[in-house]
Design a protein around this ligand. Sequence first.
Ligand code: FAD
Ligand code: SF4
Ligand code: SF4
Length: 461
Amino acid sequence: MANMSLKKNEMPVQNSEIRSKNFGEVALGYTEEQAIDEAKRCLQCKNKPCTKGCPVQIDIPAFIAEVAEGNFEEAYKIITKSSSLPAVCGRVCPQETQCEAKCVRGIKGEPVAIGRLERYVADRHNAKEQAEVEKPVANGHKVAVIGSGPSGLACAGDLAKKGYDVTIFEALHIAGGVLSYGIPEFRLPKSIVQKEIDGLKELGVKIETNTVVGKTVSVDELMDEYGFESVFIGSGAGLPRFMNIKGENLNGVYSANEFLTRINLMKAYKSDSSTPVQTGKRAVIVGGGNVAMDAARCARRMGAEVYIVYRRTENELPARAEEIEHAKEEGIIFKFLTNPVEIKADEKGWVKSIVCQEQRLSEPDASGRARPVPVPDAFFEIEADSVIMSIGTSPNPLIKSTTEGLETQKWGGIIADEKGLTSKDGVYAGGDAVTGAATVILAMGAGKTSAQAIDEYIQNK
Ligand code: FAD
Ligand code: SF4
Ligand code: SF4
């Protein structure tokens, strides 16, 4: 019988007092009973509005119908026809602006919890003993993938399944891109990311870590000297932006990317880690996106009192609603209509305080959001031991500057058509390297589209 409850089945979570002191996953996942009950809220709409809201067009009503019947493996097969990272996307997709935003149950109540159901199905599948992967028959063609984030992993996986000899070149010593170095363990356990990477290796994908393309080897060398017939660039947008205010180079000031890399990739929160990270008694995070929430919640778990300063109001915060809610529950203090103007040093050159200026909102700017305007003479100081800048990132110019004929936008994004083809023959690009900072599902979708285009390019050569 249909479940006509106006509310989603709640997700069990770790108690906020306990979780703000550990790095274990916050959301614990549905039980089988909760998943089936939630699936019964779906009305099986014929025109599938939810599917239209999913960037990779998962057949959502079809997989949910299988969940409602307890056919979880069937549900998994339907999801993975369109998505190669369901355990990841079920956790981190901004469902409230994508699939769930279009769900008709959301008109008079809460939408069906599509992301939670996707996560349940994927986790249940992953917990089972996996059948040995059948190695695809090699087709004798070599493709290079630069970067091992969701775009690179998806591209490499689809090409490997078609028999290509694929090598991923990754600058860092661990694969996974933002999934490994950015999104914290408490939102996305690293064992899930590792499982995806192991799956690719079983398909025959080679991963060369510690290889910075543009320094260790160039795109042109990969194609002209090493025999790669096509290259996919999925190098992300990992170059942090700063405010260019006085004191930004002091000890104790981090970019959010550096701070999160130290914590997630280098495990700086563990007592036996050789990588230091210093938040001190009070950390101030500048910014209001998902990255700012992740940095703030990590700093909290390192034992600091944490402030988030954001120049607009709560209504304009770009972070996901769930992340803001979780951050508040964990005791993070928000200072809205506040913009830093200077970071002050103590006598040893470490952060002592951050000087801020009050803001008021004016008419909308180019982004459509109300523009913050400084209030004259309204300055105040927050004492701080560390400051974490989280005001955005852009693509690193290294690959562009070392690749003959590769064109980019002024802000650094690689120019590519809808299939990912760049200005250079045989070179494709996708994910954040093309769009600027976006989402996991969009990056994954771009990787899959380019894999298809690369296959056509090589087969028609
Ligand atoms: P990335 O994941 O950035 O991977 C690029 C890889 O390329 C990296 O491993 C990098 O080391 C490597 N690389 C770069 N240059 C080179 C080079 N020259 N040679 C070799 N390798 C290179 N999205 C969501 O949907 N939901 C979320 O909740 C969410 N939270 C986020 C939290 C944080 C902290 C961050 C930073 C991002 C978050 N995002 C989230 C955004 C999302 O993670 C990205 O949009 C997505 O990872 C982009 O994938 P990508 O494959 O394009 O690049
Ligand atoms: Fe929704 Fe993301 Fe799953 Fe698509 S991939 S159905 S947007 S959670
Ligand atoms: Fe089910 Fe909502 Fe999709 Fe309708 S819109 S099929 S109710 S998930």
